[in-house]
Design a protein around this ligand. Structure first.
Ligand SMILES: [Zn+2]
Length: 155
């Protein structure tokens, strides 16, 4: 987590929007921490998993919060939940799809279960690999897209 989620605060810094607010709760600043943790829509999800996380879950800055939980014993659930919160926001904005909290929680539980069974126990030794993009042949351009481009071909 390097403050690179294209939230409204992030997009405002890059002059892509004048709106820094959260479209879900009208908080004045939609940044990474608000989006993934502090927004009431995210809190509703984290509250369901409250037994998994410490009581100071909401009291840390974003980088510390993410690093702490992404390396904890419950990291798979944490990462799946962050991914699903971000995906749900994008589906809401670009496809006008908004799941209710229980549907959302059930999807997270299903994905978490699938991930644990695919990856095995989460206490394996970590292997760090450096990822490098190879240079493209002349005349080619690299386009990095994610699901936030749905409904907006960005041409
Ligand atoms: Zn919000």
């Amino acid at each position: 987590m390097h403050g690179s989620l294209p939230t409204n605060a992030f997009r405002n810094l890059r002059h892509l929007t004048t709106n820094t607010s959260c479209h879900r709760c009208d908080a004045t600043i939609e940044n990474d921490m608000h989006t993934l943790c502090d927004c009431p829509s995210a809190m509703a999800i984290w509250t369901y998993f409250h037994h998994t996380y410490p009581s100071d879950f909401y009291m840390q800055n974003c980088q510390i919060w993410f690093k702490h939980h992404a390396t904890s014993e419950a990291r798979t659930l944490f990462i799946v939940t962050c991914f699903e919160i971000w995906q749900n926001i994008n589906e809401d904005i670009f496809q006008n799809m908004n799941k209710d909290t229980w549907a959302f929680v059930n999807i997270i539980i299903l994905y978490h279960y699938s991930m644990v069974h695919m990856l095995g126990p989460t206490n394996k030794h970590h292997v760090t690999r450096q990822v490098r993009l190879n240079p493209l042949p002349e005349g080619y351009i690299r386009v990095n897209v994610d699901k936030s481009s749905f409904g907006n071909p960005a041409f």
